[in-house]
Design a binder for this molecule. Structure first.
Ligand code: GAP
Length: 461
C-alpha cells in the first residue's frame, strides 16, 4: 500500500499513464506550473463542473449563471486592489537566480509568516532564519532581499504601444471580478431581486512564484465562483447557509468527511467580515480546497467609485437604498480534481501476490460509466453484438468500447480509470440473451438479460 508521502507520486503517475493529466507542452520539455487535461481528465473535470452548476445554479431560483470575458478593462484590477496589493513575498537565489516564495521557504522549516505581516516584517523573520533556509533549486543559502511580486499576468493586448506600457491589460486573476462588474446588468435584465447570486466557471491566471504539488497550485487554473448579493442585515445567516451547502457538495461528490475540515482566517483583510476555507487532507496535508468569504460592500463600492456608476440597490418594499454586501464561495476545479483522485486512489491486495490499482470514484464523477467488451476480438458475431449494445448505451451514458487485450487486462485498465461497470458480451449473450456486468468495487460479476440492461443502469447509475 502506498505511504502517504509517496501517494502523490502514485497519483501523478496514474494521471499521466491513464490520460487524466499531462504536463503542458511536454514534447518541448514541459512548461512550469501549467497542465493539460487528457481524455479522462477532461471528463472528470466536466463532471465536477456540471455537478457544481447543478447545485449552485440549476437547483436554485435565486442564482443565475454568467460567462464573462477573460480580458477586462485594466481599471477593474485597480479598483479591486489587485494592481497594488495582489502580491507574494519573493526572494531570488543569488547562486542560480531561481525565484522563490519567502513565506513558502519559511514554512518548509516550520516558521509561519502571518498573512497580515508586511514585507518588512517577513524580511526580519527571513533574516533571522536564513542559515536554515535552502534554495529549492540548488541548495544555496544566499538570497537577495525580499520584494513584492505581483501575481497578475500581464498581456500585450491593445492597439497602441503607449497604452500597453502605461495601462497594461491583464489575464483575469479571479473570475469574480467579471461578476461584480456585471451585477447591474444581471439585475436589470433577469428576474432576480436581492438577495440573489451570480455563478461563473472559468479560467483564472496567476503568476505563482513557486508552483508546487502537481495541479494544486498552477499558473492557469479554473475557478467555480458564486457571488451572493445580500442586504447587510442577512449577511451572517446567508453566510452560514452557504457554508453548509458547500460542505455538503464535497460529501456528495465522494469526499469523506474525515478528510475535510474548516479553517477560519483569524487575520482578515481589512474589508472582509468573515473568511473560512474548506480544507482537504491532500497527500501533502490539509490545504485549502475552497474559500468562503463575507466581503462586505467593498467590491461594489470600489467598482462604483472607479467606474462612476451607481451600483446601489433600492429595496422595492422599503425604498431603502444600499450597496449590497457580497458573500462568495470560490472553489478550484483542479484542487477538487486532485482531492477526488486522492480520495479514490486505492491499491488493493487481491491475495496470492496479486494487487490492483483502482479509482473508487463516486459514480457521478467517473469519466466513463460503462465499458463494453466483446469477450473475444476475433469473433465477429461477439464484436457486432457488443457494438450494438455500446451504440444503445452511449446515447445515455459516457461509454467506452474496448476489444484489445485479454479481459483481465481490460478490467484492470477500467479499474484505474474508475469505471463503475464493465459489460461483457460472450457466447451466452448470443445463445441466452445474457450479458455479464462486473462491478468495479466488489469485482463481482452478474448476469443481466440484454433486454434489462438499460433498466439496470438507470437504477445503478
Ligand atoms: N475570488 C476569491 C479568490 O479567488 P482564492 O482563495 O485566491 O480566492 C479561490 O482562490 C480558490 O481558487 C482556491 O480555494 C483554490 O481552489 C483555487 N486557486 C487559487 N489559486 C490557485 C492556483 N494557483 N492553482 C490552482 N487553484 C487555485
Amino acid at each position: 500500500m502506498p505511504e502517504k508521502n509517496n501517494k502523490l507520486e502514485q497519483i501523478i503517475a496514474l494521471a499521466k499513464r491513464r490520460g487524466f493529466v499531462y504536463p503542458s507542452s511536454e514534447i518541448y520539455g514541459g512548461f512550469a506550473a501549467v497542465y493539460d487535461f487528457g481524455p479522462y481528465g477532461t471528463e472528470l473535470a466536466k463532471n465536477i463542473k456540471n455537478y457544481w452548476w447543478k447545485v449552485m445554479v440549476q437547483s436554485r431560483q435565486d442564482i443565475v449563471g454568467l460567462d464573462s470575458a477573460i480580458f477586462m478593462s485594466p481599471k477593474i484590477w485597480e479598483a479591486s486592489g489587485h494592481v497594488s496589493g495582489f502580491s507574494d513575498p519573493l526572494v531570488e537565489c543569488k547562486k542560480c537566480h531561481g525565484r522563490l516564495r519567502a513565506d513558502a521557504l519559511l514554512e518548509e522549516i516550520g516558521v509561519f509568516a502571518d498573512e497580515k505581516m508586511s514585507l518588512e516584517e517577513i524580511q526580519v523573520v527571513f533574516k533571522e532564519n536564513q542559515d536554515q533556509i535552502k534554495c529549492s533549486y540548488c541548495g544555496s543559502t544566499n538570497f537577495t532581499d525580499l520584494k513584492k511580486f505581483n501575481l497578475l499576468v500581464q498581456s500585450n493586448l491593445g492597439n497602441f504601444t503607449s497604452d500597453i506600457d502605461k495601462n497594461p491589460v491583464y489575464l483575469r486573476g479571479e473570475t469574480c471580478q467579471g461578476i461584480y462588474v456585471n451585477y447591474k446588468n444581471v439585475l436589470d435584465t433577469s428576474r432576480v431581486q436581492i438577495p440573489f447570486g451570480i455563478a461563473q466557471i472559468g479560467k483564472a491566471f496567476r503568476n505563482e512564484i513557486t508552483a508546487r504539488q502537481f495541479i494544486f497550485r498552477t499558473r492557469e487554473f479554473e475557478q467555480m465562483e458564486m457571488q451572493y448579493f445580500v442586504p447587510p442585515n442577512i449577511m451572517e445567516s446567508e453566510y452560514d447557509k452557504l457554508k453548509e451547502l458547500r460542505w455538503k457538495f464535497y460529501l456528495e461528490i465522494g469526499i469523506s468527511e474525515n478528510n475535510l475540515r474548516w479553517h477560519e482566517h483569524e487575520n482578515l483583510v481589512f474589508y472582509a467580515k468573515k473568511a473560512f476555507d474548506i480544507e482537504y487532507n491532500f497527500p501533502f496535508g490539509f490545504k485549502e480546497l475552497e474559500g468562503l468569504h463575507a466581503r462586505g460592500d467593498w467590491d461594489l463600492s470600489r467598482h462604483s467609485e472607479f467606474s462612476g456608476q451607481d451600483l446601489s440597490y433600492t429595496d422595492p418594499k422599503t425604498q431603502k437604498k444600499f450597496i449590497p454586501h457580497v458573500i462568495e464561495a470560490s472553489a478550484g476545479v483542479g484542487r477538487t480534481f486532485l482531492a477526488l483522485l486522492s480520495e479514490a486512489y486505492k491499491e488493493e491486495d487481491l491475495g496470492e501476490g496479486e494487487t490492483r490499482t483502482v479509482l473508487k470514484l463516486d459514480k457521478k464523477m467517473s469519466p466513463i460509466k460503462i465499458a463494453v467488451f466483446p469477450l473475444l476480438k476475433n469473433k465477429p458475431e461477439l464484436v457486432e453484438k457488443a457494438k450494438e449494445i455500446f451504440n444503445i448505451l452511449k446515447e445515455k451514458y459516457m461509454c467506452e468500447f474496448d476489444d484489445s487485450g485479454n479481459i483481465g487486462k481490460r478490467y484492470r485498465r477500467q479499474d484505474e480509470i474508475g469505471t463503475p461497470y464493465c459489460l461483457t458480451v460472450d457466447f451466452e449473450t448470443l445463445e441466452k440473451g445474457e450479458v455479464t456486468v462486473r462491478d468495479r468495487d466488489t469485482m463481482k460479476q452478474e448476469k443481466i438479460l440484454e433486454k434489462d440492461i438499460l433498466n439496470y443502469f438507470s437504477q445503478n447509475l
